[in-house]
Design a binder for this molecule. Structure first.
Ligand code: HEC
Length: 206
């Protein structure tokens, strides 16, 4: 073989090894993963995303929430994630079966959201927090997502899902802040974030 053939064989070998390691081996290892049935409730784990939570995942992506929030609880031996209350157990590959794409995240400017549906189940709190984070969570540096809400004149009756906004950001008298369809979908998605069911491969469960 001349030197060019060696070079060509080397480059081919490099790509073949990468493909085997990054595509073929993970596929063989994880490609057959299926949801588990919970022995207690018989429900599928992970639960499929349904209804407006599916649209909410797109709102989550479009607004870049994953630039500040991860969705992965690391194991106890590697981190203090569980100690911080971000989940009762580490997350494993099976947790992400229904996620397309999975918002694992790379930065944690804000807390991990893997189990925010368990930690904060109040719809009203999420609306208030998205509209004015510092009101719901004093001292918060999270940007406000006010464009996901509408300020409207109060009709005969106040809207049942009007957001409780007080202080300097409150709407003028006779007006109320209501969530748009995007805000509703986003909060449905946030409330669907629950990975607290035991899975055999996730180890130490509560
Ligand atoms: C620039 C960074 C940043 C971005 C972008 C961001 N957040 Fe946050 N978020 C934070 C910080 C910091 C906190 C912690 C303070 C607080 O509770 O507001 C937080 C807190 C939260 C909490 C409460 C978590 C808890 O454990 O109490 C939720 C829910 C949340 N963010 C959702 C979102 C959603 C949904 C989006 C996208 C629409 C988003 N965040 C975008 C920084 C960010």
């Amino acid at each position: 073989m001349n030197r060019l053939s060696w070079l060509f064989a080397g480059i081919l070998g490099f790509f073949a090894t990468s493909w085997l390691g990054l595509v073929a081996y993970p596929y063989l290892q994880l490609g057959g993963l299926r949801p588990e049935r919970s022995p207690e409730t018989g429900a599928l784990v992970p639960a499929p995303l349904t209804g407006s939570a599916v649209a909410g995942a797109r709102v989550f992506a479009a607004n870049g929430c994953m630039y500040c929030h991860s969705q992965q609880v690391r194991p106890e031996w590697l981190s203090t994630d569980i100690e911080k209350g971000w989940g009762p157990r580490q997350t494993v590959a099976r947790d992400y079966l229904n996620e397309r794409p999975a918002f694992l995240g790379t930065m944690r400017t804000g807390p991990d959201l893997t189990n925010i549906g368990v930690r904060q189940p109040s719809v009203g709190w999420h609306y208030q927090h998205l509209y004015e984070p510092a009101v719901a969570s004093p001292g918060s540096i999270m940007p406000a997502f006010r464009f996901l809400f509408r300020v409207q004149r109060i009709g005969a009756e106040p809207s049942p899902d009007a957001v409780a906004v007080r202080g300097p950001h409150a709407p003028p008298a006779g007006y109320e802040v209501v969530p748009t369809a995007e805000a509703r979908d986003l909060v449905a998605y946030l409330l669907s974030r629950k990975h607290d069911e035991p899975l055999p491969e996730a180890g130490g469960n509560p």
